[in-house]
Design a protein around this ligand. Structure first.
Ligand code: FES
Ligand code: FES
Length: 157
């Protein structure tokens, strides 16, 4: 029987408490305990970025992180980006630029893109390429992704 513990944290602006096995990963907790299935499981090894979330303002691969390490912290998932009635500007820009195909990589890609755009007002195309290199997409070829993020960065200038 695996050892369990209770943890408390904020998820998308709301207080959450859960009892979880101490060996559970954050991605599993989000998807299977909390029903937040927007964050995707792909490689499970920190290689693809599909599981990217924000933790205390920084992006992390939730497949690599133990859920117990969320205790007392602030998490944001793709579900936390949109408002009640509208997509987040980054989500909308991906739609407007046709940057989404199968969509599987998109929650992680958009979380990382938004982090880059928020924290680098002078983001260059090269910065963007480097910043997104941990987010793998098998469909889009990345050009429209770069267009979508660049449009958001330019609109904020
Ligand atoms: S599922 Fe986490 S990096 Fe691939
Ligand atoms: S849109 Fe299909 S993996 Fe990126």
């Amino acid at each position: 029987m695996s050892l369990k513990t209770e943890i408390s944290f904020r998820l998308n602006g709301r207080a959450v408490s859960v009892t979880i096995p101490v060996t559970m990963k954050t991605l599993t907790m989000l998807r299977e305990v909390l029903g937040m299935t927007g964050t995707k499981y792909a490689c499970g090894e920190g290689e693809c970025g599909a599981c990217t979330i924000r933790l205390d303002g920084r992006t992390v691969n939730s497949c690599l992180m133990y859920a117990v390490d969320c205790d007392g912290r602030e998490l944001v998932t793709i579900e936390g980006l949109k408002t009640e009635n509208a997509l987040h500007p980054m989500q909308q820009s991906f739609v407007d630029h046709g940057a989404i195909q199968c969509g599987f990589c998109m929650p992680g890609m958009i979380m990382q893109a938004d982090y880059l755009a928020q924290n680098n007002p002078e983001l260059s195309c090269e910065d963007l390429r480097r910043g997104l290199e941990g987010n793998v997409c098998r469909c889009t070829g990345y050009t429209k992704v770069l267009d979508a993020v660049t449009a958001v960065v330019e609109a904020r200038r």
